[in-house]
Design a protein around this ligand. Structure first.
Ligand code: KG4
Ligand code: ZN
Length: 340
């Protein structure tokens, strides 16, 4: 007897991407993301503009996801949505929409922790993608998050390190702003870094005990460095852009890799999975590949569309919770500072 196919709609609206995805069991049928370009004009995400854009995007994005999946709403088994962490106004749009839809269709509602979504995105079925075995270490690095999590089982996770101030993507974006680059600056710094000398300039690494991270000092160090150097040569940044970017990247990758090495030492776990927008970074990818050879680690990096904020990762958590009949009460509230 063949098992019944389970269709889950996932909705993500925690920051500046409105996304909806439909999953059939653990396979993605559609994953629609509407990125909000408006924030580029402001050099960062403006919360009020984000929630307004979610409001206008959510209906067309959900409709498109269902249409692309080739199913009808009546075939859905559950609606999964991001409860938190994230921007309150943005989360409220997705939460209210998911509640109304699940209520209207008379199907279960499933609340999802966005950070668990980044981690469990590794369990979306892809032809040639090997899923990490338990236990593994997950490092989530993006514009909003920097965390190392020990993952014992799907819903048995321990945060063993996190940033005490800025996220790593924020460090990239804020450094880029100082250098006059547009938002988001991470991909531009990465591209320029590949043409520069990583040892041209030295930025001190923050001294944070244990597995926690700090990135706000680096941004200040870069600001003072640029102010000092441009006094002597107003064209300093223009003349040395690739070298500055390479040196910033070298410093950031060094910080991430040092913490990962310490996490491996403390836990004895050598399976390392990464996620979040910064996992697209060529420096961190090269460093992880190198660690596979040098230290015998196995590293896992999902497809790019499942590493940046997306609803497929929310839908896979919804599917795993659906199997456990872990449904939400309709009184569930969006929670901006939701913990793992
Ligand atoms: O996951 P994401 O799309 O959104 C959230 O922040 O949740 O991540 C966006 C962040 C931005 O800070 C962006 O600058 C950074 O990821 N980013 C990169 C690269 N691609 C994106 N940072 C460094 N190198 C990259 N190649
Ligand atoms: Zn995220």
């Amino acid at each position: 007897m063949s098992k019944e196919n389970i269709y889950i709609l996932g909705i993500e609206s925690s920051c500046d991407d409105t996304s909806a995805a439909v999953l059939c069991n653990d396979t993605i049928l559609s994953n629609v993301v509407a990125s909000q370009k408006i924030h580029e004009d402001y050099g960062g995400v403006v919360p009020e503009l984000a929630s307004r854009a979610h409001q206008s995007n959510i209906v067309p994005v959900v409709n498109q996801a269902i249409k692309k999946a080739g199913i009808t709403k009546s075939q859905l088994h559950a609606v999964a949505f991001t409860r938190g962490p994230g921007l309150m106004g943005s989360l409220l749009v997705g939460t209210s929409f998911a509640k109304s839809l699940a209520y209207g269709l008379d199907i279960p509602l499933i609340d999802v922790n966005h950070m668990q979504g980044h981690i469990l995105a590794h369990f979306i079925s892809e032809d040639d993608y090997l899923k990490p075995p338990f236990p593994f270490l997950a490092m989530t690095i993006s514009g909003g998050h920097t965390q190392i999590v020990k993952v014992n089982r799907y819903f048995d996770m321990e945060v063993i390190g996190e940033t005490i101030d800025d996220a790593v993507g924020e460090a990239y974006d804020k450094s880029g702003k100082i250098l006059g680059l547009g938002y988001p600056a991470g991909p531009q710094i990465d591209k320029l870094a590949q043409k520069g000398n990583p040892k041209a300039f030295k930025f001190t690494k923050p001294k944070v005990d244990g597995l926690n991270f700090s990135f706000s000092g680096l941004k200040t160090a870069i600001l003072y460095f640029v102010q000092r150097e441009t006094k002597g040569n107003p064209d300093f940044v223009k003349d040395n852009l690739a070298d500055i970017c390479a040196s910033i990247q070298y410093t950031i990758v060094g910080i991430l890799m040092n913490k990962l090495k310490l996490a491996v030492k403390q836990t004895g776990i050598i399976h390392i999975a990464i996620g979040g927008g910064v996992s697209a970074n060529s420096g961190i990818r090269a460093a992880l590949k190198n660690a596979e050879q040098k230290f015998g680690w196995t590293t896992y990096i999902p497809k790019f569309e499942y590493t940046t904020d997306n609803a497929a990762m929310i839908a896979i958590v919804g599917y795993l919770k659906y199997l456990e009949k872990d449904f939400s009460d309709f009184n569930v509230m969006a929670t901006a500072r939701l913990k793992i």
